[in-house]
Design a binder for this molecule. Structure first.
Ligand code: BGC
Ligand code: BGC
Length: 618
């Protein structure tokens, strides 16, 4: 039984005295509003609060604003319900845990100083750890976890991520991505676990459980947001209308049966696991934006699946519904969007929705339903009782324990696709090791997109262990390791006692900017490979990539091929497996195409290079 007895928290006291003016020290008999009493059942708290709220306060709750777009005072004046950090949304001056906690708490204080004192919920994309925060442990991107396919591990990662986020007051995570990826040319392939619905469903549910453990109202919990509903992983090449995107935000292929069979199962599973929020998808189906679909948002998600939490829009996604913003807002809210992620102009949304309600285009009933859903989640999370950053958890950010967990995840995610003459694992007392490729020595590349910046960035952008450092630490003191990013060596990589390791990869990208027509390595990386193929007696290729690349023609020139996906901050996990401290156990979570004409999945055109589920065990 949880401790439930009533007490006045310090900020309540502050508020009471602020409102009360002449009030003396509160006695235990002070009567307070029903909604503030944690002993009252949640539905009664919600109704009590709802009937006290003005239309402006309600619409404020439905507004989620990017933190750079307004001040704490405006959060207070507009009764804002949520604030977010987008990709790269760290505190302007200092990307440290303490600065994050202070930034979030400042917004929270402002929200709590309103008439009703409804806490904001602060959100960010913690898609592989608390990834906008410098010093956070960066876990492998989901595709690597799909290869590891270990729900216990994913649950632990959820827990560790939640702990690091809760320490900074970010109690809302825009994760897990539950996309069922059908075309690996998509720039969001790595945000998804796999190409099969059941595979995605199992791991996504584990992640949600981990985030929200041990209890949704525990101070160290973070709520998840399965995204993007529905069909984001199934869009057609060339169907996007955003920037120069191809697949991302495009039109989902297939009839309703396909949407239900392929894309819906992870939502069922994560709702069953306790998901409280679901993010709608930019993508369309049958020519209609998902944000405009009352069928999918209301009839299917809320009615049929019984989802009782709230639906959040994606970043400015409502704007895409209709060039007339008022019409776009009316359509989206009526379709079932409960909270709007408005990155730039909160007032514009608030004014549009206010006009819509006054004109009767959106009913008060719909507004009440949305606000009821949002408040229910806030009460269920214990946000009214625990609104501030759990700074007692700050020491756990980047902790050894979390780094060890990430290292294990890296090791479990590696997939061995080729291993001539059982070259792997290597012995630690190998005489000469020649290592090439920029990705061997670059934390930004090994972490990928959604790391510090939205698109990620090449370079030493996070603390951690590079793959090269991991290898250097693993080999015997007698081993001579020569590293050259271009693959130009002074020693003789062709010698009988030498082994070469090329660590080559994609450069960081995110979302539609990563949509790739060619699925090829950057030209520099290809040059490194040519050079090493020419000069090395034995060549191990370690691929750092968010998805399969087309390697069909090169593969015969490599003795071994290891896919390391986007491993994150703990590169030592790669060496653990290369040198046999841990076994290869990853399996392909997506089909590896032989050629581009095998995409999207199911296009036929012969056997893939490697099927789903492939992975050697030496
Ligand atoms: C992405 C979402 C993300 C949001 C906030 C959007 O562009 O599609 O996945 O949660 O931005 O960063
Ligand atoms: C933000 C991301 C967001 C993207 C959408 C970026 O500026 O940082 O969070 O997903 O815009 O286009």
């Amino acid at each position: 039984m949880r401790w439930r007895s009533f007490l006045l928290l310090p900020w309540m006291l502050a508020m009471l005295s602020a409102c009360g003016g002449a009030m003396t020290a509160p006695s235990p008999t002070v009567t307070i509003a029903i909604y503030r009493d944690p002993a009252v059942p949640i539905p009664a708290r919600v109704e009590d609060l709802l009937q006290r709220m003005t239309l402006a306060e309600k619409i404020g709750q439905m507004t989620l604003i990017e933190k750079n777009s307004l001040t704490a005072d405006q959060v207070r004046d507009l009764f804002i319900g949520g604030v977010l950090s987008g990709g790269g949304g760290y505190p302007a001056t200092d990307n440290s845990p303490a600065a994050w906690a202070e930034m979030v708490n400042t917004f929270q204080h402002a929200a709590l100083s309103t008439r009703l004192g409804i806490p904001i919920i602060y959100g960010a994309d913690g898609v592989h750890g608390h990834n906008n925060l410098y010093g956070a442990v960066i876990f492998p991107h989901n595709i690597g976890l799909g290869a590891a396919n270990n729900p216990v591990l994913v649950e632990q990662i959820g827990r560790a991520t939640a702990t690091e986020m809760a320490a900074t007051g970010v109690f809302w995570n825009y994760a897990p991505g539950v996309m069922v990826v059908r075309d690996v040319r998509w720039g969001r392939t790595y945000e998804g676990y796999a190409e099969r619905p059941d595979h995605v469903a199992t791991l996504a549910a584990a992640f949600v459980r981990g985030l929200q453990a041990p209890d949704i109202a525990a101070p160290n919990r973070v709520i998840g947001t399965p995204k993007h509903y529905l069909g984001d992983g199934g869009t057609a090449w060339g169907s996007s209308t955003t920037e120069n995107y191809q697949l991302d935000q495009g039109e989902t292929m297939g009839d309703e049966a396909i949407l239900r069979a392929v894309h819906l199962p992870p939502y069922r599973a994560t709702i069953a696991a306790g998901a409280q929020v679901i993010m709608a998808s930019y993508s369309s189906w049958n020519g209609q934006k998902m944000h405009a679909s009352s069928y999918w948002l209301s009839d299917v998600l809320k009615q049929e699946l019984g989802f009782s939490g709230f639906v959040v829009s994606d970043w400015a996604a409502i704007d895409q519904i209709d060039p007339n913003y008022d019409r776009a807002v009316i359509t989206a809210i009526n379709a079932g969007i409960d909270m709007n992620m408005v990155p730039y102009d909160a007032r514009r949304f608030i004014n549009a929705l206010t006009r819509a309600v006054e004109a009767g285009a959106v009913s008060e009933e719909r507004i009440n339903d949305a606000v009821r859903r949002i408040l229910t989640v806030k009460f269920a999370m214990g946000l009214f009782e625990q609104p501030f950053a759990q700074t007692n958890l700050l020491p756990q950010i980047g902790s050894t324990m979390h780094r060890e967990l990430a290292r294990t995840a890296v090791a479990e995610s590696l997939v061995l696709l080729k291993n001539e003459q059982q070259l792997l694992p290597l012995t630690k007392d190998i005489r000469h090791l020649y290592i090439g490729g920029q990705a061997a020595n670059d934390l930004g590349i090994q972490a990928g997109g959604w790391t510090i910046e939205w698109q990620g960035r090449v370079g030493s952008i996070i603390p951690g262990t590079t793959i090269l450092a991991g290898i250097q630490a693993a080999v015997s003191p007698q081993t001579v390791v020569e590293y050259n990013e271009h693959g130009r060596f002074t020693g003789d990589p062709g010698a009988a006692d030498a082994v070469c390791i090329a660590v080559v990869g994609e450069l960081p990208y995110a979302e539609g900017r990563g949509d790739s027509a060619s699925l090829s390595l950057p030209i520099n990386e290809q040059r490194v490979l040519y050079r090493m193929e020419e000069t090395c007696a034995r060549l191990v290729v370690v691929l750092i990539a968010g998805r399969p690349l087309i390697v069909t023609d090169s593969l015969p020139r490599w003795d071994a091929l290891v896919v390391a996906w986007l491993p994150g901050s703990e590169g030592a996990g790669v060496a653990d497996v290369l040198f046999g401290d841990r076994p290869f156990r990853g399996r392909l979570p997506v089909t590896w195409p032989r050629s581009l004409d095998q995409l999207p999945l199911g296009s036929g055109n012969g056997e893939p290079l490697f099927p789903y589920g492939f992975g050697l065990t030496p």
